[in-house]
Ligand binder design. Structure first.
Ligand code: GDD
Ligand code: MG
Length: 334
């Protein structure tokens, strides 16, 4: 089976991390997010994926030089301007000539990590004769997602992207993994910007063609600062690892430093008495002596005695010694 994986967004919410590394290539517990996503697509029967990009594919070619990721063959569809989600799917699916291979294909948002059994989603899709089926997942605050109302059989009655308060009572949201019949491509010409969430899905709802498959297994969209850090920490807990040091002896962690529920990447340095709590140190970053890093992701450098909470520090970011920062982006990336 073929898949289109949407990776063309700018990763704005994860700046400044994404100024150096595209969002899908950011590591989750030291493996690129895309590799974890591809592994789950492969388990569900996906053999080929087209990465739908709005910019140069070089970082991806460098990351997967053999054009294989987690056993899935990769091709690239590069838009000359952002086509939005449905435009991107239409463009990439045609580029990969998916209609020549399959009747159904999978689409995945490139920033979602989940335990969804994709083959079960495909089976449910086929059993309804639907044109498209969306994976649904329950969340506490649906305001940042596409909210979906269904009937008991799973037929979608309403799809509201990022609803305002009170607009819908449903807590089930679009989980960002879909199965489409090739016939759905007629709705997605792929030549101009078009939103799957705001145009195509509501249109399919009107035609009674859209189904939703709800599961309550693990799910996270790692595309926001707190959820990016959380996705890393969740993975440690789910795999019952206390802390991950990529290649354990390539990171230098002082004996007196304390690293708790955190991921330490390759070639990182953690100084004497530093504390790293529920955080992600990406490859090559450093935390100097007596600094405290909590709930943060760091690519750059944290000076001694600094205290950093809920921050993103980019590759050129430097938090000066003794600084106290909360909810900050360094350098400021807004
Ligand atoms: N190729 C391409 N071109 N990809 C794009 C474009 C584009 O113009 N715009 C966005 N994407 C990609 C992003 O890279 C991402 O993988 C995916 O489309 C979704 O975009 P996000 O920016 O991450 O959207 P979101 O998280 O706010 O909302 C989406 O995901 C939620 C689940 O995580 C929506 O699909 C919601 O309905 C959904 O609930
Ligand atoms: Mg997202």
């Amino acid at each position: 089976m073929h898949a289109v994986v949407l990776v063309g967004g700018f990763g704005t919410r994860l700046r400044p991390l994404t100024l150096a590394t595209p969002k899908p290539l950011l590591p989750i517990a030291n493996l690129p997010l895309l590799e974890r996503l591809m592994a789950s697509l492969a388990r569900g029967g996906v053999s080929d994926a087209v990465l739908s990009l709005g910019f140069k594919p070089e970082p991806f070619l460098d990351a997967f030089p053999s054009n294989v990721c987690a056993g899935v063959r990769l091709t690239y569809a590069v838009e000359d301007r952002p086509l939005d989600t449905a435009g991107a799917i239409g463009f990439a699916a045609r580029q990969a000539e998916i209609h020549k291979h399959d009747e159904s294909f999978v689409v995945a948002n490139g920033d979602v990590l989940c335990d969804l059994d994709i083959s079960a989603l495909v089976k449910f899709h086929k059993s309804n004769g639907a044109q498209a089926t969306i994976h649904l997942t329950p969340v506490e605050d649906p305001s940042q997602y596409g909210v979906v109302e269904t009937n008991p059989q799973g037929k979608v009655l309403r799809f509201v992207e990022k609803p305002s308060p009170g607009e819908t009572n449903s807590r089930n949201v679009n989980g960002g993994t879909y199965v489409f019949e090739v016939s759905a491509l007629e709705r997605m010409p792929g030549v101009a910007p078009l939103s799957i969430e705001r145009n195509t899905f509501p249109e399919m709802v009107r035609d009674g063609q859209l189904f939703g498959y709800a599961t309550s297994d693990y799910w996270i969209d790692a595309g926001r600062p707190e959820s990016y850090v959380r996705a890393n920490i969740d993975l440690l807990q789910r795999e019952s690892i206390h802390q991950v040091e990529a290649v354990s002896n390539s990171a230098q962690i002082a004996k007196s430093a304390m690293v708790t529920q955190s991921v330490v990447g390759r070639n990182c340095t953690v100084g004497e008495n530093a504390q790293i709590i529920r955080s992600v140190l990406l490859e090559g970053s450093s935390v100097d002596q007596d600094a405290v890093v909590v709930d943060s992701a760091v690519m750059g450098r944290i000076g001694s005695f600094a205290q950093v909470t809920s921050c993103l520090v980019g590759v050129d970011g430097e938090v000066r010694s003794g600084a106290v920062l909360r909810d900050a982006k360094v350098p400021d990336a807004s």
